[in-house]
Ligand binder design. Structure first.
Ligand code: NI
Length: 171
């Protein structure tokens, strides 16, 4: 089932998510819904709190359009190693209509569980590394706009206000 994606400044997005204790049917259903919702949007990744579920679950598919899809489901993901620097443009399904460059690590190693409860380790670079960092941030209530400099964040808020005013004036 495609779920509603919460958008900034919904306070649910600022809450910290709890670790998953058991992988049961309801968790399987959650992952199914998250995957459908991500592909429908479409987006590169989605974290459970973005649909109002505060559990540490993320889904990512960073494959290019002309490549076969490569779905990653990570439960209780933790970054265990990070190196290098990147400064690429990011967007977020919870912050529609806004994109900005964010400082991240260029490569990461992430550990977590897959849907069968097996321990997994993912070695990620480029877009996939950014996606892991972005989605794991969501589990701690952090959005990419929280990484912006004060000046850029101010611009973002002004843009938000302007969009809200335009919406109001259109009524
Ligand atoms: Ni996001």
């Amino acid at each position: 089932m495609i779920r509603t994606i919460l958008t900034y400044p919904n306070p649910e997005l600022k809450k910290k998510s709890a670790p998953v204790a058991v992988i049961n049917d309801s968790l399987q259903q959650l992952v199914k819904d998250m995957t459908e919702t991500m592909y429908d949007a479409p987006g590169v990744g989605l974290a459970a709190p973005q649909i109002g579920v505060h559990q540490r679950v993320i889904v990512i598919d960073a494959s290019a359009k002309d490549e076969p899809s490569e779905l990653i489901v990570a439960i209780n993901p933790v970054i265990v190693h990070a190196e290098g620097e990147s400064y690429e443009e990011e967007g977020c399904l919870s912050v529609p209509g806004y994109a900005a460059n964010v400082r991240r690590h260029a490569s990461v190693v992430v550990k977590g569980l897959d849907l069968d409860g097996n321990e997994k380790s993912w070695r990620a670079e480029d877009l996939l590394a950014i996606a892991f960092q972005h989605e794991i941030d969501h589990l701690d209530g952090v959005l990419f706009v929280d990484h912006l400099s004060p000046l850029k964040r101010d611009l973002f808020h002004r843009k938000l206000r302007k969009a809200a005013e335009e919406k109001r004036d259109a009524k």
